[in-house]
Unconditional design. Sequence first.
Lengths: 372, 891
Amino acid sequence: MSFRFLHSADWQIGKPFARYGQTGAVLRAARLDAIDRLAQAARQRGAFHVLVAGDVYDTETPDALTRRGPVERMRRHSDLHFWLMPGNHDPHRPSGLWQKLTTDGLPSNVHLMLDAAPMTIAPNVVVLPAPLTTKHETRDLTAWWDKAATAQGVVRIGLAHGGVREFRSEGESPNKIDPDRKASAGLAYLGLGDWHRTQEVRPGLWYAGTPEPDRHNSQTEGAVLLVELHQDGTLGSVERILTGYHQWAEQTLPVTDLQSLQDGIDQLVDRLGPRHVVRLHVEGMLDFAGHQVLEDALERLGAHVTHLETSRDDLAVRPSQDELEAVDFDGILRSVADDLLAEDTPLAQAALLRLWTLTQGPNRQPPAGPQS
Amino acid sequence: MIIKSLEVEGVGKFAQSTRVEGFGPGVNMLAAHNEFGKSTLLKALRAIVFMRHTSKDSWLKDLATSDAELPLRVALEFEAKGMACRLEKRFLRRVSAQLDVNGALKDGSKADEGAWDILGLKPGSKQPLDKAGFGFLWVAQGTSADAPALPEETRNTLSDAINAQIGQVAGGDRARVLLKTLKASIDAQVTSQGRSKTGGDLERVQTTLARLTQSLEDAQAQQARFEALIGSLAQAEAALKSAITPAQEADQKQAIALAQNALQTARLERASLEGLQAQAERAALVAQTAIARVADLERCRAELQTAQALLEQLQAAQADAAGGLETARQHIEQANVQLEEARLARTKLTQALGLVTLLQERDEAQSAVLRLEALIEDVQTDHEALQAARATWEHLNRLAKAAPKLDALEAAALQAEAQARAQARAGAARFSIDLYPGTQQTISLDGTILKKAVHGQSLENAHRIEISDVGTITLEPGPSIAQSGQDALAAHAALRDALSALGLDDMQSARDALHAHQGAQGQIKGLEASLQRRLKGLGSLDNLKAQVDHHRARLSDVQASLDAVQADNEFPHTHGDIMTLKAEAQHAERLEHAAQTALEQARSRWQSASELLVGCEVRLETHLRTLKSRLAQGSESDIAQRLQEARQEAAGAQAKADNAVQALEAARLALPGDDQIALLTTRVERLTSALQNQLEARSQMIGTVRRLEGQLSEAGCDGLDARIATLSDDLERAQREERRISLALNADTRLFHAIKGRLESEAIRFSAPVREAIAPYLMSVFPHAKLALDEGLEVKGMERAGLESRFDFLSTGTQEQIAILVRLALADIMARSGETPPIILDDALVYADQGRREAMFDALQHAGRTHQIIILTCHGDTFGSLGARPLHLVS
C-alpha cells in the first residue's frame, strides 16, 4: 500500500501584477484558477492530499476577499485535503493572516500547519512542518525534525520553505535548510517551497515550483509534483504535472532592416499565443521608417499575446540617407539634421526623429522654391 | 525698366484721357497739390503692371471713375531689357490687353504674361503679384515709414542675387514653421520659467508621481508601524510564554500553605513561653513599685526640709518690697510738683512770644499801607499828566490833519497875490522919471529921493512922487488892477479864517503847532512807559487800592488782637527780643519734658516695687500651702518609719522578680526562638509576594497582548503589502512615463534651439550683403549707424553710438528714412541680377527736417544713377533742391 499526495508551493495568491495594467487582473485570476487545476490533477491521479510548502499568499496582509478566495476554491474540492504551511511571504505572526483564517472558519478539508510539531495527515503518515514566523529566518527550522519522535513504522514527510544550504541560492528567502535533513530526520520525502522552478535537489528532496508562473527569467510553465511513497518509507516516484495557464516567454527579435523585422514578427506570431506573457528584446538597427513599422508590428504582437513587454536598449534608430534627404535636401533643416546625427546622443537622436516626424506628417512643409 | 509715359482714362478723377509725360532715367518728380490724383496714378500703374486685364477685383472697381460708362484704361510705355514696349489694358468693361514690343503685338492674356515675362514677374504664387514682385519698391501714400516686409517670393528674388554672392541658403520658412510647432509643443508642457504647465502632460504625470510617491510613503510608513506592532506583539507573546503557568501557580500556592503551617506550629510552641514571661514581668513590676515607693518617701522628706527654709526667705523679701514701695511713692510726689512748675513757666513764655509776633505784624501792615499809598499817588500824578498830554496831542493832531489844507490855502493866497502882481504889471500904466543933470531940486518916489532916473516902471500900486519945492504927483493904477488885488486879498482872508478856526494866528503858529505835535507823541510814550514801570507786577490802580484796603483790614485785626491780649495779661517781656523769648520758651519746654520723664520713672519704680511685693506674697502663700500639705502626710519621724518599711518590702519583691527571669530564660533555651519564627514568617511573605508579582506580571502581559492585538486590528493593514506593491509598480510606470514625456520635451527643446540657432546664424550670413549694400546710404544720412536685420531681411533696429534701438521705437521720420534707404539698397541688390524696376515714392519724406531731407536727396540721386526713381509729392517747394526731372500731365 502506497501513499500518494501532491507537493505544491508558492501559490502567492493576491500578487498584484500592477505593472501589467489591465492584464494584472487576468494574471491574478489565473493564480487562483491554478487551485482548481491542481485539484483536478490530484483527483485524476488518486492523490487526495495536497501539501503546500509555504507562500500560499503573496503577502501576510491580504484583503478579506483575497484571503478568502483560495479557501473557497479549496472548499469546492471537499474530497481533497489541503495542508497549508506559512512561508516567507505569509509568515505566521501573532494576530496575523493565519489567525484570521482560523477566525474566518476553515472548511474541514483545509488544514493549517502553524506549529513546529508532527502532524498526522493519514494513517501512518506524519508530516514534520517547518512553518516560518518571520520573513527572514536565520535558523534552520528543520533542526527539530532529527529528534522528533513518531511511532514505529510511520512514514515521515518533511515540509519546509527556504533555500537549501550549499544549493543554488536562488530562493527568495535567506531561510536555509540543511540538505542532509532528509537523511538525518529519517524522512521518506522532503518537500520544499520558495524556488519558482520544479527542481530535484537530491533523491526525495524536491522543489515543487509554482503552479502558475509569475515572472520572466524563471519558471515558464506552472507545475506540481505527484509523489508516491511506499509503506516502508521508501520513495516510489515523483511526477511533474503541468498546471499553469500562462506561459512566460522571453524572446529576442534581431532586426537589420524592414524585411528582417517583418520576418521576425511573423515568426513570433506563429510561435506565441494568447496564453503567453512575453518579454521581447529588440536588437539591431532600424531607420526611422523601420522604427515606425516596428511600432506597428509590436502593436500587432501585443494584441496577439496576453501581455507584451519590450526592451529596446540594444536597438539603434538612425535615419537613412533618404530620410535625411526627406527632411530637406539642403538648407537650414538639413544642416540641423546633420548636426543632430553627428552628435549621436540619445537626446539628439530623439530630436532628429522628431524633426523627421514633423517634416513627414501633416506638418510637413513644402520645399523651398518657386511655385507655378 | 524705364517708364517712358503713362496714360489713364476712366481712372479716378481722370475720366478723360490724361497722359503723364517727361519720364526719363534717374530721379523724376510729379509735384502737384493735394487731391490732384497722384496716388490714383500710382494705383493705375500698379493695375497695369501687376493685374490681369480680366481681373474683377473690387480694388479696380474702386479705382474706376465713378458712374463712368467707359472702361478703366491704362497705357504704359517703357523700356526693359533693351526693348521699347507699350502696354495697354482695359479693365472692367470691354476688357482688353495689348502689348507692343518693338512692333510685335500680343493681345489678351498673352499681353499680360508677356509683360510680366519682360519685367521678371512670376505669377501663380500665393501672394498678389504686386506683393510678390518688386511691388515693395512702390511705396504708397502713408506707408513710407513702414519697414519693407518681404514675402517669400520677393526674398527669393533677392536670394537669387544674394546667393550668387554668398551661396545657397534655403528652408528658412519651413524652419520657422517648425519652430512655431515646436514652440507650441514646448509651451504646452512648460512655462517660460521652465516649470511644468498646468494641464500639460508633464504636469499631469508629475502630479501623479507626487501623489504616488506620497501614497507609497504613507503605505510604507503604515507598514513600518504594522511591523513594529507585529514585533511588539511577538515580544509580548514570547514574554507571556515565560510568565507563570497555572501549574506553577498551584505549586507556589502549595508551598505557601506549607510555610504557613510551619509558622503556626512554631507560634503555638511559643505561647507557653509567653506565660512564663508574663509571670516574670509581673514580679518585676511589683519590685519596681516597691522601689518607687521608697524613692517617693525619701523625696518627700527632702522637700519638707527645703520648704521650711524657703518660707523664711520669702517673708524677708516681702518686708523689703514694702519698703521700696513707699520710697517710690515719695519720688512720684516730688516729680509732680516739678512738672507743674515747668508747665506754668512754658505757658507764660508762649503767650509773650504770641504778643511780640502780633506787634511785628502790626508794624509790617502799617508799613505796607504807607508804601502803597505813596505809590498810588505817584501813579495818579503820572496818569493825569498822561491825560493832559493826550488831550494836547489830540489838539495838535487836528492841526496836523489840517496842515495840508492850510498849506493849500497859503499857496492859493500867494498864487493869487502873485497873479495880482503879474496882472498889475501887465495892465498897469508905466511911468518914467528923468532927472536933469545938475538940477538942485530933488524928486522922491514914495518918500525915497531918487539918485538916478526911473525908466518904464509899471504902475501896479499907487505911487507918490514929490518934487521938492514943486509939489507931489500921485499915481494910481486902474480898476482891473484893483480887482486882481481883491482876489489876492480874498485868498489871504480865507487863509486867515482857516487859521482862526484852528485857533492859530498865522502860518508860523501852524508850523510851530505841527512841530509840537511831533514832540507830543514822544512825551505820551514817555509817560506811558513810566506808568507801566510803576505798575509792573502790581496790576492796575484799582488793584493797588484793593491791596491798601487789605493791609488796612489786617492792621485793624492785629490791633484788635493786641488790645485783647494786653487787656488780659501782664507781660514783662513784651518789649523783649523775640529770639530770646523763643530760646527761653524752648528751655522751659525742655524742663517740662525732664520733669515728665522723672515722674514716669518714679511711677515705673513704684510699679516694679508693687509687683515685687505681690509676687512675694503669692509665692509665700503657695509655699505655705505646700508646706501644710507635706506636713499633712505626717511628721518627719513618721516618714522615717515608713521609709524603713518600704525598703524591706522592695528587697523582697526584687528577689521574686529575679527568680521569675531565671525561669523564663531557661524556657527560652528549650523552645523555638524569634529568629526561627521570623524566618518562617519571611518565607510565607516571600512566597506570597512572589506569587502575587508573577500573577500581576502575567496579567500585565495579557493586557499588553490584548492591547497590541487591538492596535493591530485597528491598524487595518489588510491589503497593505499588495497596495505597496501596486503603488511601487504604478510609481515605476509613472516614472517611465515622465521620462518619456521629458525626453520628448527635451528633444523638442533641443530641436527648437538647434533650428533657432541655425536660423539666427543664417540670418547674419544672409543679411550681410544687404547690410553691405545699405552701408553707403546709411552713412550719408546716419553716419556710423548700423542696422539689425532678421533672416527675412526685415529691419529690427538700429545701433548708433553703441546704443541699440528697436525700429518701432524710432521716430516716424527716422523710420521712414531708414525704410526708404533699405528699399534703395534692396533695389541695388536686385539690379545685380539684372532687374532694375523703378522705385516710386508717393508722398514720402514728409517727416524729414531740412538736413535729413537734403541727405536723403543725395541718397536718392545716388540711387538714381542705377534706377529710375519717381517721386510723387505735394511739396514741390521743399523738393526743389532734389534736382529731379519734372513730370507733367497732358489732357
